[in-house]
Design a protein around this ligand. Structure first.
Ligand code: ADP
Ligand code: ZN
Length: 612
């Protein structure tokens, strides 16, 4: 089959089954490579349409498409979605009953199954691999391939054994896909999965639908999260917190003010977790307050915001977590709260890990790079994309740093005072005590301290200003904080850098934090800007809501999440165009033949009902 005609059949499948007109981004390249029988690696941003890269070749090439996926929830979602489209898809995982397994194996034997989803441990253990090795395969896809790398945050030891697939299926194209992989992780994927010769497709990491913002924690971080969530009613959101306890406290707090919030972490009973996940997926506008145990494989397309109540571990983790918002390509927000003590804790935890010095060094660098982005002065999207190697990225124009550039002013002199105070105090005190010292307000001060030349030198500045400056020095590595089990101590940081500041060879800049009232105003504006229906007429809104209500009924009837029936984006397009017949409805993106047959008449009735 010539390349062009192979791609033509792929496009035909894209249109007929998935209801999309054209390939997006690098999809055509990846699919063309696999259709030509060659292995490939694809790094496409979240929402970039990774799944079509293996689903379509599985349908076009003869044989079964085998998909290795790390999470049952992810598999369940994809299989349900494919079945809605009329595709013969199934999964073999630990949740399947023995009857279901038998039925699936029968279909595999008959050659009537197009796609089979399996977990890495399921595939490599027992007889599964051997049974499959005698079947003709269209391709082997390895989803979330970054899990193979020990540098990343999602490392899964089972993924390492997948290299064996190269021996078992020597003539089957293998495709590794992921949304996040810096150059080093990509090298790991290649080496571990034995994809040395494979073509590499790496798309831009840009996510233009995401509006990013970050702010230093000031006082009650949970109160701030509550404010942010309350300013975004009826939106599905994810709030990430650093500990199990914090997720429960926050969820209670939010539920207490009427937000549909649920806590989620690995310490909860499996059934409770599954139940909450289901509620989050099924209900419009639910808020999941979770540790990072909740994440990979959450394919809910209409998450409108991700709030980090505590910062993530690295820029990769940030991009992946924030990236769970706006998968449907509609505007969404990523909001991060962070503080100097979070950085101190992160460094401490890395130090305590039982890994090689080399791995520690990499992780420390990654943590510092994250805080440099969070606390930076230039476009956040640019900082992230540079991190992934996109040197030429242009400013996004919509993050908080682009829309209201912070005012930075020179604070080298007060920085010298603060450094010198910390030096004289000998690293024995915490931040509050250093500020008191600078202000000359230390309670019950010892004569030896009151005699120091730095005592009271900063009385002309407020405590707030000093705290912000100390934070800045901590972020810049000029000071470091020892968490000291919750009673942190501040000491001098990198000696060479400190010397430069003393000598006036290095400047220290601080920025003024936005006053609280300003922040609340901004919350409202951000909310309105990213509303799904920001610019729509009341008629369109009305029909959109009617379609959502119909969808909800359908979803309940079939026990699937609403977005498996139609995405918001598709419903919105239907509401805008008000198709009068099946042909026009079929032209809407996301309405393929299968869905047209199933739901076409019912949808037209809803449209007619709203018009009449
Ligand atoms: P990823 O796994 O890369 O995050 P998905 O494969 O889940 O992304 O696709 C994200 C969304 O984009 C889905 O709603 C999918 O239907 C849609 N999509 C994928 N490819 C196309 C395309 N070529 N045209 C229009 N929509 C597409
Ligand atoms: Zn920007």
């Amino acid at each position: 089959m010539a390349f062009d005609s192979a791609l033509d059949s792929a496009r035909e499948v894209l249109r007929r089954i998935f209801g999309h007109q054209e390939f997006r981004g690098l999809q055509a390249g990846v699919i063309g490579e696999v259709l030509a029988g060659r292995s490939a690696m694809a790094v496409l941003p979240t929402g970039g349409g990774k799944s079509l890269c293996y689903q379509i070749p599985a349908l076009v090439r003869p044989g079964l498409g085998l998909v290795v996926s790390p999470l049952i929830a992810l598999m369940a979602d994809q299989v349900a979605g494919l079945q809605q489209l009329g595709v013969a898809a199934a999964r073999l995982d630990s949740n399947a009953t023995s009857d279901e397994r038998q039925a699936t194996w029968r279909r595999i034997g008959e050659g009537t199954l197009d796609l089979l989803y399996v977990s890495p441990e399921g595939l490599m253990a027992g007889a599964m691999l051997e049974r499959l090795s005698s079947r003709p395969l269209a391709l082997v896809a390895i989803d979330e391939a970054h899990c193979v790398s020990q540098w990343g945050h999602d490392f899964r030891p089972e993924y390492r054994s997948l290299g064996r697939l190269a021996d078992v299926f020597p003539s089957v194209p293998r495709l590794a896909v992921t949304a996040t992989a810096d150059a080093r992780t990509r090298d790991d994927i290649r080496a571990e999965l034995r994809l040395q010769g494979a073509a590499e497709f790496v798309d831009s990491f840009a996510r233009p639908e995401l509006q990013l913002q970050a702010e230093r924690k000031s006082g009650g971080a949970h109160a701030r999260v509550q404010q942010l969530v309350q300013a975004r009613p009826d939106r599905a959101g994810v709030v990430y917190a650093g500990s199990r306890k914090a997720t429960e406290e926050l969820a209670d707090r939010l539920a207490g003010v009427g937000a549909p919030a649920l806590a989620y972490h690995a310490g909860l009973d499996k059934r409770v977790r599954e139940d909450r996940l289901k509620r989050f997926l099924d209900e419009d506008g639910a808020v999941m307050v979770a540790t990072i145990a909740f994440g990979m494989g959450i394919d809910k397309p209409d998450v409108r915001y991700v709030i980090h109540a505590d910062p993530p571990a690295s820029v990769e983790a940030y991009w992946q977590e924030v990236g769970r918002a706006g998968r449907d390509g509609q505007p969404a927000e990523g909001i991060t709260l962070y503080g100097a003590s979070d950085l101190a804790w992160a460094l401490r935890r890395i130090d305590e890990r039982e890994v090689s010095a080399e791995v520690k060094q990499v992780q420390v660098r990654k943590a510092r790079q994250l805080y440099a982005m969070l606390d930076g002065l230039n476009c956040r999207a640019v900082a992230v994309r540079r991190y992934f190697g996109e040197e030429a990225a242009g400013a996004c124009g919509q993050c908080d740093l682009c829309t209201s550039p912070p005012e930075a002013h020179d604070a080298t002199k007060p920085a010298q005072m603060a450094l010198s105070a910390v030096h004289r105090l000998g690293g024995r005190f915490g931040r509050g005590r250093v500020v008191d010292h600078l202000l000359g307000k230390t309670r019950d001060v010892q004569p030896s301290e009151a005699q120091l030349s730095t005592f009271g030198v900063g009385a002309d500045r407020s405590a707030v200003e000093w705290r912000a400056l100390l934070d800045q020095l901590l972020f810049d590595g000029l000071l470091r904080e020892d968490p000291n089990d919750g009673r942190p101590l501040v000491a001098l940081g990198d000696p060479a850098a400190v010397r430069e500041v003393y000598r006036g060879e290095r400047k220290v800049e601080v920025r003024a934090p936005a006053p609280p009232r300003e922040r609340v105003r901004r919350d409202r504006q951000d909310y309105e800007k990213t509303g799904p229906l920001a610019a729509e007429s009341p008629q369109t809104n009305g029909l959109f809501e009617a379609l959502r209500a119909w969808r909800k009924g359908q979803a309940q009837l079939q026990s699937v999440p609403p977005y498996v029936i139609f995405h918001d984006k598709t419903l919105l397009e239907i509401a805008q165009t008000r198709p009068a017949d099946l042909a026009r409805l079929g032209a809407v993106s996301g309405v393929g033949q299968g869905k047209l047959d199933r739901y076409g008449t019912a949808v037209l009735e809803v449209v007619r009902g709203a018009t009449g």
